[in-house]
Design a protein. Structure first.
Length: 258
């Protein structure tokens, strides 16, 4: 009887630990890119339920709108409480990650504002956007700015992803340039933990949401660093101009602006 008792006890303990880990992880405010509502797994949207013919026909005949170069800098979690009904799930995320006495949206808004000021000096029109993206939003480059968090303060670094479906054909190039310029400016290491949920970021998902970018908008999501990392905070909060420099130089190179 004793061996069977010990076996059953071990199975019970392992099952309990797995359950606790799953619940904790799914509700952790620190695992932003893995669990945040508004990131959509590829399997969650069956292709057979979505009619793409009108959109694809429009893309075939699409031409860039006349006017100066335009860049969209989206501030993660900014004005989350004002999202439309279709993005209601994003309200669960409140202000995003926290660290150094700051919410994610506060830190990203500061970085976006500084970057917009610099880009404007080159004659580029810049929209600093909140969580809710204007319907069918077009820009020559769209960068969603976010910050990560982790229970381990020694976890640091940045990561970038472009849309899973990129009809512009330019988002991968924007991602590659941003990786190079942001790494050179900040000295942050590259975090390889890019998930499908990042590539399925809601603002990229024009198939499912009205408030999303135009299919022909080159776009990336940039996780600028970890607010829970004292090392990353030295730049993101204490010296944001360093991060701004990397973002601005990447956008200028991508747009081929001298």
């Amino acid at each position: 009887m004793k061996p069977a008792y010990y076996l059953l006890t071990a199975i019970f303990l392992v099952t309990a630990l797995v359950a606790v880990w799953t619940v904790t992880a799914a509700n952790s405010p620190y695992r932003f890119t893995e669990y945040e509502a508004g990131f959509d797994e590829a399997e969650s949207i069956p292709e057979t339920n979505i009619s793409l013919e009108p959109e694809l026909l429009a893309i075939q005949d699409w031409q860039r709108p006349e006017g100066p170069l335009r860049v969209g800098l989206q501030v993660g979690h900014w004005q989350n409480e004002e999202v439309p009904e279709e993005l209601e799930g994003l309200k669960k995320n409140a202000g995003g990650a926290q660290g150094g006495g700051k919410y994610e949206w506060e830190v990203m808004l500061n970085i976006a504002t500084l970057a917009a000021e610099q880009l404007a000096q080159y004659g580029i029109e810049v929209d600093v956007l909140p969580t809710t993206v204007p319907p069918n939003y077009y820009a020559d480059a769209f960068v969603a700015l976010h910050a990560d968090g982790n229970l381990d303060q020694y976890v640091s670094g940045f990561k970038i992803a472009h849309p899973r479906r990129d009809y512009s054909g330019l988002s991968a190039e924007l991602e590659a340039i941003m990786y190079e310029q942001y790494e050179a400016a900040t000295g942050f290491r590259r975090d390889s933990n890019v998930t499908r949920r990042m590539r399925g970021y809601y603002a990229f998902n024009w198939r499912r949401y009205d408030h999303a970018i135009h299919p022909m908008t080159p776009a990336i999501i940039l996780e600028t660093g970890f607010l829970t990392s004292p090392a990353d905070r030295k730049i993101l909060i204490n010296n944001p101009q360093v991060a701004v420099e990397g973002i601005v130089q990447a956008v200028l190179e991508f747009l081929k602006v001298d």
